[in-house]
Design a protein around this ligand. Structure first.
Ligand code: FAD
Length: 380
């Protein structure tokens, strides 16, 4: 079925160019990056050189002022070619938009060109050992001292945590004020008192550098406050719609890749004297999977249009995050089953699709948190 998104010839050309870029600049190196538990810094720079980072950024900052469909193309293509640990989409469409929306002109001029060129890699640090789903429980504090803030505390599970040059850190500037006492700071690589802890070893997303961050009497100039003192929680909430949409996009494109890998495999694999694809169980399983994937695609594309029209679809995006990420996990598990023992072997990409899928129902808000948001809208 034709997608409902209004892709123009320019979008198609961009998609073809980026698809070739992923095939030549990511796919051949991906196994090495997994082995090293980190992607190369250069991949961000190369993406920047070709205009694949922050395509939405204004031209005066080096961007193309492009619409959201360009971001959709980038995130989907990375997932479709099985390179999802390259968190360029986190950089471009989750973190950089904080700067795009909440920074002053002076701050934008200082940071955005580097984000677009790939010289400055981005991360966002909200989660702490004692504050994951319950973000308001964060304990990292920032105390004003003249023209500076002194940050103390720690963050965990930070994606791009090792590579990041600019980290948007949420800290409490007024602990008594609850969520109104949270402020966002841009902490730059090399700032004294900002240290990276150990890289976290995970069961999936092996090439993604997920790290702990520590702040000990870390002095940050007041000119690095983003969005104004006390507005941190509001800024975070405002950006959740796009963040969860981006994660849903990776989940959907990855489920589609699982199906493609499995369709290819079951036609090749012969058992009991015939291709695996000829068994009714295989056909029915894949028919169910294809149906789920089509339902997800239709819902997601409709949401992309709503998001592009600036409509508030937080409820619906939460539904997409919940359902599509759970669907991806169902799909990955059922596809792996059709691979038999080979699906459990690292040599087969299917095994990676399954382990990489597992995080999707946890980060950017767990499935349970999505249910909380959705149920709040049901007027119960
Ligand atoms: C690979 C990876 C990358 C990440 N990247 C980032 C990043 O870049 N930046 C960042 O800030 N964070 C990041 N995170 C953190 C992620 O967002 C948190 O792990 C997530 O929000 C859940 O928090 P938690 O792990 O503390 O689990 P908890 O909050 O302790 O949750 C434990 C369980 O309790 C359930 N639960 C929680 N609250 C409720 C409730 N009210 N009702 C019912 N059940 C509930 C949860 O759903 C879950 O099942 C990342 C995590 C991982 C693993």
């Amino acid at each position: 079925m034709e997608r409902i998104l209004p892709f123009t010839d320019e979008h198609k050309m961009f998609q073809e160019a980026f698809s070739k870029f992923v095939a030549s600049e990511m796919v051949p190196y991906y196994a090495e990056w997994e082995e090293n538990s980190i992607v190369s810094r250069e991949i961000f720079k190369k993406m920047g050189d070709y205009g694949f980072l922050c395509p939405w950024a204004e031209e005066k900052y080096g961007g193309a002022g492009a619409d959201f469909l360009y971001s959709v193309i980038v995130v989907e293509e990375i997932a479709r070619q099985g390179c999802r640990s390259v968190f360029a989409w986190l950089h471009s469409d989750i973190v950089a938009p904080y700067i795009g929306s909440f920074a002053t002109e002076e701050q934008k001029a200082r940071w955005l060109p580097g984000c677009v060129s790939g010289e400055k890699i981005l991360a966002v640090a909200m989660t702490e050992p004692g504050a994951g789903s319950d973000l308001a429980a964060m304990r990292t504090k920032a105390v004003q001292d003249g023209n500076e803030y002194i940050i103390n505390g720690s963050k965990t599970f930070i994606s791009n945590g090792v590579l990041a040059d600019l980290v948007i850190v949420a800290a409490k500037t007024d602990p008594a004020a609850g969520t109104r006492g949270i402020t966002l700071f841009v902490v730059e690589r090399g700032t004294p008192g900002f240290e990276r802890g150990k890289q976290i070893q995970k069961v999936g997303l092996h090439a993604q550098d997920t790290a702990e961050l520590f702040f000990e009497d870390c002095r940050v100039p007041a000119s690095n406050v983003l969005g104004g003192k006390g507005s941190g929680f509001k800024c975070l909430m405002q950006k959740l719609q796009q963040e969860r949409l981006m994660v849903s996009l990776t989940a959907q494109a990855s489920a589609e890749r699982c199906l493609q890998l499995t369709l290819d495999y079951v036609k090749e694999r012969n058992i009991f004297g015939q291709p695996l694809s000829k068994f009714q169980n295989t056909q029915f399983t894949l028919a169910e999977i294809a149906s789920e994937i089509q339902v997800g695609r239709s819902f997601l594309d409709a949401l992309i249009l709503q998001h592009m029209a600036d409509n508030d679809v937080v409820q619906e995006v939460s539904m997409a995050k919940l359902w599509i990420c759970e669907m991806e996990n169902r799909v990955a598990s059922r596809c792996l089953q059709l691979f038999g023992g080979y699906g459990y072997c690292k040599e087969y990409e299917m095994s990676r699709m399954w382990t990489d899928a597992r995080i999707q129902t946890i980060y950017a808000g767990t499935s349970e948190v999505m249910k909380l948001i959705i149920s709040r809208g049901l007027d119960l």
